[in-house]
Design a protein around this ligand. Structure first.
Ligand SMILES: C[S@@+](CC[C@H](N)C(=O)[O-])C[C@H]1O[C@@H](n2cnc3c(N)ncnc32)[C@H](O)[C@@H]1O
Length: 240
């Protein structure tokens, strides 16, 4: 649940007690969205059900999280939906992981940093997807040979060593399954594409993910002059 008042927002769980600058909030076990709860100083907060973008803003951060629009591209381009099995690496903050699980997938995700993995498990609990996500502590490159063949519908990679994993992807994916690799730099993207070709994956394509914020004011309408919104390169490929 999210407790909201003006620009203050707190991610809480039913039954939790939370100290704020406006007093202590005791969240009832049966708290309902659309209601109001008050601090011990009678300051009111509205209760909201969490939605995907709230996780991006409120999860404890470790590895740089994927922005919601790029998560949208991964889900839209691979068709992740209810019943899908997804292999994801690295977990990092777990924004991509949690949003794929909230779209209905069951996700196995690897995080090599044990502290990051612990934070990600807590984030999955806050995101309401702890039962749908298996956060495994470890380096995927050490374990990739032990995973069951053809056991995933989608593989998502958001790590610098993604090119080393791509060679194993045809064995892990079902026929028609998708690989999605997110890379901040063009050099690693080029290596991912070369590895996907070498692995004989099909429909290989890369897109830069970039969006321009629009400004509307009395003088006119135009893209914002603030820095352009490049976040990374998304490479997709399919197992035929
Ligand atoms: C950019 S972050 C991932 C962010 C994540 N997609 C999200 O939306 O929050 C990359 C994470 O991958 C982890 N990592 C890098 N290489 C890995 C590997 N081979 N196996 C497991 N984890 C790895 C890093 O420790 C880091 O936490």
């Amino acid at each position: 649940m999210l407790l909201v008042r003006g620009d203050r927002e707190f991610l809480v769980e039913p039954g939790e007690e939370m100290g704020t600058d406006l007093g202590v909030l005791e969240v009832p076990e049966d708290v309902e969205p659309g209601t109001t709860i008050e601090t011990h100083l009678d300051e009111a907060f509205r209760v909201r059900r969490l939605r995907g973008p709230d996780l991006f803003h409120h999860f404890e951060r470790t590895g740089a999280p994927m922005v919601p629009r790029d998560v949208g591209l991964v889900i839209g381009e691979t068709g992740i939906s209810r019943g899908d099995r997804v292999l994801d690496t690295g977990t990092g903050t777990g924004v991509l992981t949690a949003l794929m699980a909230r779209a209905g997938a069951s996700v196995v995700t690897y995080e090599r940093d044990p502290e990051f993995a612990e934070v990600a498990r807590e984030n999955m609990r806050l995101g309401g997807v702890a039962d749908d996500v298996d956060v495994r502590t470890g380096d995927l490159t050490d374990s990739v040979g032990e995973l069951e063949p053809s056991s995933f519908d989608v593989v998502t990679l958001d790590t610098g060593d993604a090119p080393d994993v791509v060679e194993h992807v045809p064995e892990l994916l079902v026929e028609g399954g998708f690989l999605a690799v997110y890379s901040p730099f063009v050099e690693s993207t080029r290596e991912v594409v070369a590895a996907a070709r070498e692995a004989d994956l099909s429909e290989i394509r890369t897109r830069e993910t970039i969006q321009r914020e629009m400004q509307f004011d009395d003088r006119g309408s135009r893209p914002s002059t603030a820095p352009v919104g490049h976040t990374g390169y998304l490479t997709l490929a399919r197992n035929e």
